[in-house]
Design a protein around this ligand. Structure first.
Ligand SMILES: Nc1ncnc2c1ncn2[C@@H]1O[C@H](COP(=O)(O)OP(=O)(O)OP(=O)(O)O)[C@@H](O)[C@H]1O
Ligand SMILES: [Mg+2]
Length: 291
């Protein structure tokens, strides 16, 4: 049984259906990608999984139990860790203290007061070392580069020793070398038996590290499979490119009757000569200024 199961989840915000009967899973020991164009519903799915957003319908199962109505802090206690698309660190605290606070929060107020558990400086520094930001330990969190702050988010998440890591765009702000190191770290974390579910726009990273990928478009899962399978899927190419390469018709880059919002989507890239490879939609400006 997968560690995490999202079962026919629907989220409606007034007239907007942000998530539409989404079904997908994440397994222990594997890196799973959740990708899709801007506004596809990825962050909303993370909010449902972590308990910040109550689904209109559907269920979330974690570690063999239904958690759909379990509050955020109890899901965290059961082993869910999360990083946010918008950085959440305490700006006026040092990098080290941010991780220490996260560890203290995880073991609970009573545990911290009684000195139970361990968020020792050694343990915190080992985490900073592990994610590659030990050199910034004494810096204020609001003074570090964005990529470093993303790694700090990951260290804060790991301070809770989660079984499942939900990572929302963790590589944005990282340079190429940092992204490579980050990919290696994700593989290591999965090898320890953790499940990693990652929302990410950097397709090189996604295709390079994920065991399985689920693709969301307009709130629904349109494809699931290995990177190879997803890369060659006509529906996925259509979602990203505006049309499948084998289509004879003109690219549908304007809004359709079915999805009027399509005309407002800003991440549909211009077509390159190599239409068999998904473009890195979040990896900086695209040729032709499509993003
Ligand atoms: N609190 C909210 N109220 C109303 N609409 C919302 C709310 N949160 C999200 N939405 C809408 O739901 C849809 C999905 O948004 P979501 O943030 O989940 O997308 P995403 O896939 O994470 O996009 P991105 O890649 O840009 O981060 C969008 O149309 C968004 O405008
Ligand atoms: Mg998002």
């Amino acid at each position: 049984m997968p560690l995490l199961e999202v079962d026919h989840v629907v989220v409606q915000f007034g007239g907007v259906t942000a998530v539409n009967e989404a079904c997908f899973a994440a397994e222990a020991g594997r890196v799973t990608g959740l990708i899709g164009p801007n506004g596809a519903g990825k962050t909303t799915c993370f909010n449902v999984i972590s308990g910040l957003q109550k689904p209109t319908r559907g269920a979330v199962r974690f570690d063999g139990r239904k958690v759909t109505s379990v509050p955020v802090h109890r899901r965290s206690k059961r082993g869910m860790g999360r990083t946010f698309q918008r950085l959440e660190a305490f700006g006026s605290l040092s990098v080290r203290d941010n991780v220490r606070v996260a560890a203290d929060i995880h073991r609970g107020v009573l545990g911290a007061v009684r000195g139970l558990g361990s968020s020792s400086r050694g343990g915190v520094d080992a985490l900073l070392e592990r994610v590659g930001i030990a050199a910034y330990a004494d810096e204020r969190a609001d003074s570090i580069p964005t990529g470093t702050a993303r790694l700090l988010e990951l260290a804060r998440c790991l301070a809770g020793d989660p079984k499942l890591l939900l990572l929302d765009e963790p590589s944005s702000g990282l340079d190429e070398t940092e992204t490579d190191d980050f990919g290696d770290l994700l593989r290591d974390l999965a090898a320890e038996g953790r499940a990693i579910l990652m929302v990410e726009h950097d397709m090189d990273l996604v295709m390079g590290v994920c065991d399985e990928i689920h693709v969301l478009d307009f709130g629904s899962v349109i494809a699931s499979g290995t990177p190879q399978e997803v890369r060659g899927d006509a529906a996925v190419q259509k979602a990203y490119l505006g049309y499948a390469p084998e289509d004879e018709a003109e690219p549908a880059h304007v809004g359709s009757a079915e999805h009027p919002a399509e005309s407002t989507r800003t991440d549909l890239p211009v077509l390159s000569d190599d239409t068999t490879v998904l473009p890195p939609v979040g990896a900086g400006p695209l040729p032709g200024g499509a993003r």
